[in-house]
Design a protein around this ligand. Structure first.
Ligand SMILES: [Zn+2]
Length: 226
């Protein structure tokens, strides 16, 4: 930090976006305690149930979830801040931490390209950013693997998934995603979403990537519902 930033922080102390505690020098966005206490999926194995959930539909190499999602608590709070309170930096910082964790468990060279699940352009304009892309950028930074948010895009607007039945959700995303003209032949792709629920979105995106020659498809999300 530079002296000017030190001076400013005297009058405008920066707070942790999870616990609202004051950040100390060297901390950014989240305090050390909150980072330490993040409820990691599978106690740090980051194994997601998505592989089993998509079995027979889509072949997944690694299915990874960073955090455990619960209806109340720090993960719910952070995701809410990320999606609805204009805090894209939360996505980036969580992605960076997750990237370091992936490196630690030996996955630093497992991917050639990181792609976020796209938001509909109208929603992205409204929010100002795609939260999944922010998370993907953070992972990309830590793993030093290229990130591209121009390859996958949405062609039709889906209504919100929250009040839909399982079958309706699968129907809802059919034909929604398309690919730009990009070379994906032989690539090991990590497809990144914010929350994984049924896997319908991942299947719809994944089918397109595999049809284009993606060699190995892996998926990762910030949090997974149990
Ligand atoms: Zn904190």
């Amino acid at each position: 930090m530079n002296p000017a930033a030190d001076f400013i922080s005297l009058f405008f102390p920066r707070c942790c976006l999870a616990c609202s505690g004051m950040l100390v020098k060297g901390e950014d966005i989240l305090c050390t305690g909150c980072i330490r206490d993040l409820p990691k999926q599978g106690n740090g194995t980051f194994q997601s149930m998505m592989k089993e959930r998509l079995a027979g539909r889509l072949e997944i190499c690694y299915a990874l979830a960073f955090l455990k999602f619960r209806k109340v608590g720090i993960v719910q709070h952070l995701l809410h801040q990320l999606k609805y309170n204009n805090h894209p930096e939360i996505g980036v910082v969580l992605g960076k931490i997750f990237g370091y964790e992936l490196d630690r468990i030996g996955l630093s060279t497992a991917f050639d390209l990181i792609l976020p699940v796209p938001l509909h352009p109208a929603r992205e304009r409204q929010r100002g950013y795609n939260q999944s892309a922010k998370f993907a950028q953070g992972i990309s930074f830590s793993l030093k693997v290229p990130f591209d948010d121009t390859i996958l895009f949405r062609v039709a607007k889906t209504r919100t998934q929250t009040r839909k039945s399982r079958l309706e959700r699968w129907e809802n995303v059919k034909g929604v995603f398309a690919l730009s003209r990009s070379e994906l032949q032989g690539k090991r792709i990590l497809l990144v979403d914010d929350i994984m629920t049924t896997g319908a979105t991942l299947e719809a995106c994944g089918e397109q990537l595999i049809a284009r020659g993606c060699h190995e498809l892996s998926v990762a999300c910030i949090a997974e519902t149990a």
